[in-house]
Design a protein. Structure first.
Ligand code: SF4
Length: 581
């Protein structure tokens, strides 16, 4: 139930000490994104490098976690290896409920372990386990071994890194349980820099539910909307993979490093194709009755007598774009096979796929050489990409080490900046137009999820800078409330502001419900201030030339509209970063 203070567990890996702290501010920052930004502001050292041991790694949940369905996300905040500034990444699986049942609203990790370590904690346990035997192991094997060693069950989450994280890659993700990730901006690299191979949280405490009919009636109503209406159906059925065909049709699906936006090869990688040829089952985050996670299989020959191993691989729209169309792969099993390698390496699939697409074009154009890459890269060649994923995750030589620092860092060194598909970080799979390019390029997390800009581009909205700017600012503000509550954004139609107010009220948070709009504006600004404290200046962001060459159903990118919107959004962000407002 809603309390006045947050209950924060602070763990220092350097000293081996930990402490529970009661931190005020529930009414002002709510939780999730707001809490993560607040804690980052309090703990981070903006003048120091991202991998300085004193820099914090934060995991925060929200006030509704454990009480309502799909309040399933955990917000991970850190100083990004990509840009050295505030970063957030969000993931679900069992992470949020495990933290709730461990009795904490947030975990703050500072310091650096002397040796590879697994941090194991719960409501009545905290231990630092020696993990030298896990160092070098891939993310899937690490998860498997830890599940065997830590016999717990129920609300237990295992968050770990693969080789990419150990190598402090700016593209390293944190793999969460199975099929979920803190993907973007290099959270895995932060764990690697702390010698932290894994964090296992046992949700072995209890959590009292409110008494009375009001709570159960509201819960039942929300549950009904999630399961008995059309609001969530598309996520369960074909899932987000259904977007592939639609975006290809709209000429908005990036192909072969965004050299095209539509291709007949789509037939081999549509949502229907994945469902018909590869789908095994659906899975869900803890407490979610929707189950949007689609799990396909890949076959691996392991014996000369045609004996096969079947491996399960989770797929969605984004991983299919990044390891499919972006790399020119048009066969669903090939795409899953590359995706599986990305999973093992512990790479963010979008950053990894887009980086490999850039490297392929750079090799084709002679910007880099075969000697530098050490492997042949050709659009459509899955075998080459499987090898390349290992080289990128393992940072095996100078070229791959540089690329592991980000595609634009590699392009700045070798050339090829014009065709680096980077919008703040490697692009998400939406070549929809000017509003999306500006939104991802300048946005707080450089994520397609901070605003619905790709949907705005697909509407018939006129090219009006003021209207687009208003949309970006308001949509971000609405989403900030959801990410502070840690709602799955797929449920944003179910959890409208009025429903959120009702949820807070039945948990005893009337004041939070009454101040929701003010909190939204406050948290939006706080996050930007956190970003600015690391030196971010949105005016410095440039949109690479490749995005100007894109042709969608609306025609070619309009450079004037793009530039005017870029300047307007950068100006608005600068205002939000300032303390005077
Ligand atoms: S809809 Fe999907 S991502 Fe969202 S909580 Fe459910 S399973 Fe997790």
């Amino acid at each position: 139930m809603i309390t006045e203070n947050f209950r924060i567990l602070e763990v220092n890996l350097s000293t081996g000490r930990s402490a529970i702290k009661n931190v005020p501010g529930v009414e002002t920052v709510l939780g999730g994104s707001g809490l993560a930004a607040k804690l980052h502001m309090e703990y981070s050292r903006p003048g120091l490098a991202w991998d300085d041991p004193s820099q914090p790694l934060v995991f925060a949940i929200g006030p509704l976690t454990g009480f309502f369905p799909l309040m399933s996300k955990t917000v991970c905040a850190f100083t990004s290896p990509l840009h050295g500034q505030y970063a957030e990444s969000h993931a679900g699986a069992r992470s949020a409920l495990a933290l709730r049942f461990a009795g904490i609203d947030a975990l703050v990790i500072i310091g650096k372990a002397e040796r590879p370590t697994v941090l194991h904690l719960g409501a009545n346990v905290i231990e630092f386990m020696e993990a030298g035997y896990l160092w070098g192991k891939d993310a899937l094997t690490t998860g498997k071994l830890l599940r065997r060693i830590l016999k717990g069950s129920g609300h237990r989450t295992i968050m770990r890194i693969g080789p990419a994280g150990e190598n402090k890659s700016a593209m390293a993700c944190i793999n969460v349980d199975t099929y979920r990730h803190f993907g973007r901006l290099g959270g895995g690299g932060v764990m690697g820099a702390k010698n932290l191979k894994a964090i296992a949280v046992e949700g072995n405490g209890s959590c009292d539910l409110p008494q009375g009919k009001e709570y159960s009636a509201l819960f039942a109503d929300i549950f009904r909307k999630l399961t008995d209406t059309d609001m969530m159906r598309k996520y369960h059925n074909l899932g987000t993979a259904s977007n592939l065909e639609a975006l290809n049709e709209l000429k908005a699906l990036p192909w072969r490093n965004l050299q095209a936006t539509s291709d007949p090869g789509i037939d081999g990688i549509t949502g229907e194709r994945f469902a018909d040829d590869t789908l095994l089952r659906n899975a869900a985050c803890s407490g979610c009755p929707v189950g949007c996670i689609h799990i396909g299989f890949v076959r691996e020959k392991f014996h000369k007598d045609n004996q096969y191993l079947y491996r399960q691989v989770g797929y969605d729209y984004e991983p299919i774009f990044a390891t499919g169309s972006m790399l020119g792969l048009t066969n669903a099993p090939d795409v899953l096979t590359v995706m599986d390698e990305v999973e093992k390496a512990g790479l963010d699939v979008m950053s990894g796929g887009v980086a490999l697409a850039w490297a392929t074009e750079a090799l084709e154009k002679g910007v880099v050489t075969r000697e530098q890459t050490g492997v042949d890269l050709r659009f459509g060649d899955a075998q080459g990409y499987m090898r390349a994923v290992h080289m990128l995750g393992g940072a095996v030589n100078d070229f791959w080490r540089t690329l592991a620092g980000g595609t634009m860092a590699a392009a700045a060194r070798y050339g090829g900046e014009d065709f680096a598909c980077v919008l703040g970080q490697e692009m998400a799979g939406y070549a929809t137009g000017e509003v999306f390019y500006v939104a991802q390029g300048l946005g707080l997390r450089h994520s397609h999820l901070d605003t619905g800009a790709y949907t705005y581009d697909q509407s018939k909205a006129p090219k009006d800078v003021d209207k687009a700017l208003t949309f970006l600012l308001e949509d971000e503000r609405e989403r900030v409330i959801l990410t502070s509550m840690v709602a799955c954004l797929f449920a944003r139609k179910v959890y409208d502001p009025e429903t959120l107010r009702q949820c807070l009220t039945v948990l005893g948070g009337q004041a939070l419900a009454d101040g929701l709009d003010e909190a939204a504006a406050r948290i939006q600004k706080l996050r930007w201030q956190a970003r600015a404290s690391g030196g971010y200046d949105p005016m410095n962001v440039r949109i690479p030339k490749r995005f100007l060459e894109v042709e969608t159903w609306k025609g070619r990118t309009d450079p004037q509209y793009l530039e005017e919107l870029r300047l307007a959004y950068a100006g608005a962000i600068r205002e939000m970063c300032g303390p005077e407002n």
